[in-house]
Design a protein around this ligand. Structure first.
Ligand code: PA5
Length: 439
């Protein structure tokens, strides 16, 4: 199995300074290694997920039961940490055009309460239900009380109920054991999958939150976990020089301290866009904090942005190369695509862009990435590079795990708790207040 490759050569920070700062992470690295032996007991519980064979067995069993129904669609109902990881892996593995290309179960995501977009989902699935076909609903909510998820679940469960006597067998609920949603699901006779208590939403992609829908779509979830486990062990190396998550966290930290407070993840693969959005949430919710771990007001956090190569070179490159020196970029490349299309020789066209004559699209993409990095270097714009060997389950599993550990280390360097999101509660409270005043 090939591993992800990292290059820190152009981060524009002296090696000595990187290593001195990264050394501060040593005790944390030890804590993390010890936490694995505590299973789900510690706050670092998500690190144990790749080892949990019992959970994998249970997820597989529920996938099997659902596949017997030969579902035409899987509808994932969840938001934020409850669906971003699934969308990220699904698109990376199966492509953004999966639904148009597959002859098997299609997937749709119901996250926000946008009436028109939920209505479009209904328009697609209603004919299937009218013909007696099966639709699987996977309602995912750790708290069990997220407004958007519960609203969408009620709308879609009602639709199923009106079309199928035995609709209950088509519903799987993923939640914390004993949440209100869990208790209703058990009472109703829906299938249930448990999210371990101390595994937070944005760290839950390797729990049933991600594994159930991804496995149902045919993704090899065991390989995904293998990649995660291998990267986890690499990123627990106390020799920080050989620990990519510790080094990347250090570089993010030092760049932030030097005033580069925008962190751009520049992915040179169209189908990785949602992986970028998954990372955006992971960094924003974990690092953007009002108070530090001592309770002092600090208002820290870099702003994560996502760019797609080569598309966004035609919209953002002017700013990136000419604008303020406030960004630190991570370029993500893919060494091997699944296909190998070539620009054909067509008479009369070859003078338009002579350089692309007989080149593969991958060669053109690689040259664009190399050209972009060269421009960054001559403009003294710092960056790091991450190269995935391919878009396999193993590589994507590695990439996800690397990012989660990088963010935990970054939280440590900034002295913030990477697992909570106290300020999110304020808008939720206000929204509920407005709705109860409307009753
Ligand atoms: O990462 C997080 O904790 C959040 O993004 C949550 O996942 C999101 O708010 C949805 O919460 P829940 O799973 O409780 O419905």
């Amino acid at each position: 199995m090939k591993d992800i490759e990292f290059s820190f050569e152009h981060a524009m920070i002296p090696q000595q300074r990187i290593l001195e700062t990264a050394e501060r992470l040593r005790p944390m690295i030890r804590n993390m290694a010890n936490a694995i032996s505590e299973g789900y007991e510690s706050d670092l519980a998500s690190l144990y997920l790749p080892d949990d064979r019992l959970m994998l067995g249970k997820v597989r069993q529920v996938i099997g039961e659902n596949l017997q129904l030969k579902p035409a669609y899987l509808i994932v109902i969840g938001i934020g940490g409850s669906n971003l990881g699934t969308i990220a892996v699904q698109e990376a593995m199966l492509g953004k055009l999966y639904n148009q290309l597959t002859a098997s179960t299609k997937v749709l995501y119901a996250d926000t309460v946008d009436s028109d977009s939920i209505n479009n989902i209904i328009t697609l699935i209603k004919p299937v239900l009218e013909k007696g076909g099966n639709i699987i609903l996977n309602v995912i909510s750790k708290s069990g009380t997220t407004t958007e998820t519960i609203a969408n679940a009620e709308v879609l469960i009602d639709l199923l109920r009106r079309h199928k006597k035995d609709y209950k067998k088509c519903i799987t609920v993923t939640s914390d054991k004993d949440s209100e949603l869990w208790n209703i699901a058990v009472k109703e006779g829906f299938k249930v999958l448990e999210i371990p208590k101390k595994v937070g939403g944005r760290y839950s992609v390797f729990s049933p939150v991600g594994l159930f829908p991804l496995g149902l779509l045919g993704i090899d979830i065991e390989r995904l976990l293998d990649g995660a486990r291998a990267m986890r062990d690499t990123c627990l190396n106390v020799n920080v020089e050989e620990n990519p998550a510790a080094i990347c966290a250090t570089l993010q930290y030092l760049n932030y301290k030097s005033g580069r407070n925008i962190c751009d993840l520049f992915l040179f693969a169209n189908d990785l866009e949602s992986l970028g959005k998954w990372f955006r949430q992971l960094m924003a919710e974990s690092i953007g904090k009002e108070s530090n771990t001592k309770g002092e007001k600090v208002n820290v956090g870099m702003t994560p942005t996502v760019s797609i190569g080569s598309t966004d070179l035609h919209s953002m490159a002017q700013l990136y190369l000419g604008g303020p020196y406030d960004k630190f970029t991570t370029f993500v490349g893919i060494k091997n695509s699944r296909s190998s299309l070539q620009v054909p020789t067509v008479e009369g066209y070859s003078d338009l862009v002579p350089e692309i004559h007989c080149k593969s699209l991958m060669d053109i993409m690689d040259a664009t990435l190399e050209g972009t990095k060269a421009a960054f270097r001559s403009g003294k714009r710092p960056y790091i590079e991450i190269n995935l060997p391919d878009k396999s389950e193993y590589s994507v599993g590695q990439f996800l795990q690397f990012n989660m550990m990088e963010i935990i280390y970054l939280g440590k360097l900034l002295n913030v708790n990477p697992f909570d999101q106290p300020n999110v509660e304020s808008y939720k409270k206000e929204t509920r207040k407005i709705m109860s005043e409307q009753n």
